[in-house]
Design a protein around this ligand. Structure first.
Ligand SMILES: NC(=O)c1ccc[n+]([C@@H]2O[C@H](COP(=O)([O-])OP(=O)(O)OC[C@H]3O[C@@H](n4cnc5c(N)ncnc54)[C@H](OP(=O)(O)O)[C@@H]3O)[C@@H](O)[C@H]2O)c1
Length: 198
């Protein structure tokens, strides 16, 4: 079966989950993707931080350049939050020929046009189903299945963290501030509280 070498940039809540999926469920992922998805590198900021996932020898690195320089790595899951350095990192990865998968909704909301234009110019893709309402999922439905429709607005709880917060407030009478902190503790909510708006 054909092999695709993958890197993850950012090994927090989401990145660790993706790494576990690739490492522990490689057979299932290969069946679904029609190719082996091989985790070659995982880039973090701080190598000394404990991780929720056990990686094979040589995979963890704090050097983004190792990924950029490795032409065998063709797909990168870009899973660091915030705008910078996430934007600069994504542009460098695109320039070096990688296709990107990202969960960073703040980055796409703020710099989407620039990033998608650059990806198109370079013949690369940015996949972002996981960025918003990943569990439903809704982005492919809107952009592909419903492409003949003119959608003017969407209303509802579009995101699992918001769903958790609103449910706790409604069913348990919890305060917004307390539930946000609990959601952060559980790894659902952004570590940067300024990115959370309900
Ligand atoms: N958490 C969720 O449930 C969820 C759901 C959907 C979407 N998202 C989105 O997914 C993205 C990641 O969220 P998260 O909760 O996984 O974040 P997180 O737990 O804060 O993890 C961020 C990771 O990025 C790494 N990082 C930060 N700056 C870096 C840099 N300059 N170079 C290399 N690595 C760097 C950090 O490295 P260190 O560990 O070394 O500090 C950390 O491993 C965010 O954009 C978020 O909005 C999250």
């Amino acid at each position: 079966m054909e092999k695709t070498n993958v890197a993850i940039v950012g090994l927090g809540t989401v990145g660790s989950g993706v790494a576990r999926l690739l490492l522990d469920h490689g057979d299932r992922t290969a069946r679904h993707a029609g190719r082996t998805m091989w985790l070659k590198k995982a880039v973090v900021r701080d190598l000394s931080r404990p991780r929720d996932v056990e990686l094979p020898e040589g995979v963890l690195t704090d050097s983004l350049q190792e990924v950029i320089d490795d032409s065998d790595i063709t797909v990168v899951a870009q899973l660091i939050g915030g705008l910078e350095p996430a934007r600069t990192i994504m542009l460098s990865l695109l320039e070096s020929g990688k296709d990107i998968v990202t969960a960073n909704k703040a980055l796409l909301a703020e710099h989407g046009p620039e990033l998608f234009t650059r990806a198109r110019e370079l013949g690369r893709s940015i996949a972002f189903e996981a960025a918003v309402a990943g569990g439903i999922p809704i982005i492919a439905n809107i952009s592909q299945c419903l492409s003949a429709n003119q959608i003017r607005s969407l209303e509802g709880i579009l995101n699992g963290t918001s769903n958790f917060i609103v449910t706790q407030m409604d069913e348990n009478g919890a305060s917004y501030d307390d539930v946000v902190l609990e959601a952060q503790r559980l790894g659902y909510a952004e570590s940067d509280l300024s990115l959370i708006h309900i």
